[in-house]
Design a protein around this ligand. Structure first.
Ligand code: PGA
Length: 256
C-alpha cells in the first residue's frame, strides 16, 4: 500500500522568522494525522530552523533543489552533503527550475541519482506546458520526461522515490487540472511507463502526487482518484490553516 503524501513547496517565500511562525502555526493541527505523510519544502536558509522545529514530530522536511556534486567550484549551489541531516526529501526538476534556470532531463537525472546515493528521496516533477497540452502532446512529453529522468535507476530505487505530475498550465493559475485528467496521465503515462521500464512492482509502489492549484476546496477530488497518492502544494501551503485542512481532508478521503 502506498502511503498518501502531501508536501508543501514554499518556493521563494518565507524569511527565517516567517518560516518559524508558519511552522509553529501548522504543527498542532498536523500532530494527530498519522495516516498521511506530510512534508514542507522551505528555501535553503530556512531549513535549519524548520528542521529544528519539526524534530520529534512526524512532519518531514524537503529542499527545493540541489546540485549533484558533493562539493566544488559551483558558486551559489547547495550539495547533497549539505542537505544530509537537514531534510529527507528534495524536489528535483520543478518546472520553474526547468524554465528559469535551464534544468534539463539530463541534469534532473544527475540530481536524482545523486539524491538517492546520499539517502535523500527525490520528488521529481514532470508535466506538459499549455502549448504541448493543446497540441495533444501530453502523453509524449510526460513519457519522455519519465524515461529520461529515471534513466539508469534500479526498480528498487524507483519504488522509493516520489513523482509529482504538475501540468505547467495549472501551476499558480487557479486552474487545476480535472482529477480525471490527472488520474489518466498518472495511471497511463507515468505508472504505465514505469511498468514497462522497471516492472509492475515498481509501478505499483512509486508514489505519484498531483500538483497545480490544489487547495482545501479541491483536494478531496484528487485524493479520491486511485492512482493519485497525494499533492505537491504551492500557494496553499503558505497558509497554515489551509495546509492543515488539506492534509486532514486527504487523510479522510484515502481512509474512506
Ligand atoms: P501551486 O504550485 O499549488 O501554487 O499551483 C504547485 C507547485 O508548483 O508545486
Amino acid at each position: 500500500m502506498r502511503k498518501p503524501f502531501i508536501a508543501g513547496n514554499w518556493k521563494m517565500h518565507m524569511t527565517i522568522s516567517e518560516a518559524e511562525d508558519l511552522v509553529r502555526e501548522m504543527l498542532p493541527g498536523l500532530e494527530d494525522v498519522s495516516s498521511v505523510e506530510k512534508a514542507v519544502c522551505p528555501p535553503f536558509v530556512d531549513l535549519p530552523v524548520v528542521a529544528d522545529l519539526l524534530n520529534g514530530s512526524d512532519v518531514k522536511v524537503g529542499a527545493q533543489n540541489m546540485h549533484w556534486e558533493e562539493k566544488g567550484a559551483y558558486t551559489g549551489e547547495i550539495s547533497p552533503l549539505m542537505l544530509q541531516g537537514l531534510c529527507d526529501y528534495v524536489i528535483i526538476g520543478h518546472s520553474e527550475r526547468r524554465k528559469y534556470f535551464g534544468e534539463t532531463d539530463e541534469t534532473v537525472n544527475l540530481k536524482v541519482k545523486s539524491a538517492l546515493a546520499h539517502g535523500l528521496i527525490p520528488i521529481i516533477c514532470v508535466g506538459e506546458n499549455l502549448q504541448q497540452n493543446e497540441s495533444g502532446l501530453t502523453s509524449e512529453v510526460v513519457r519522455s520526461q519519465v524515461t529520461a529522468d529515471l534513466a539508469g535507476l534500479t526498480p528498487e530505487q524507483v519504488s522509493e522515490l516520489v513523482i509529482a505530475y504538475e501540468p505547467i498550465w495549472a501551476i499558480g493559475t487557479g486552474k487545476a487540472a480535472t482529477p480525471e485528467y490527472a488520474e489518466a496521465v498518472i495511471r497511463d503515462d507515468i505508472r504505465g511507463t514505469i511498468a514497462v521500464l522497471f516492472g509492475k512492482e515498481a509501478a505499483d509502489s512509486v508514489r505519484i502526487q498531483y500538483g497545480g492549484s490544489t487547495k482545501a476546496s479541491n483536494i478531496e477530488s484528487f485524493m479520491s482518484m486511485p492512482d493519485i497518492d497525494g499533492a505537491l502544494v504551492g500557494g496553499a501551503s503558505l497558509k497554515a490553516q489551509e495546509f492543515v485542512e488539506m492534509i486532514r481532508i486527504a487523510a479522510r478521503t484515502k481512509s474512506s
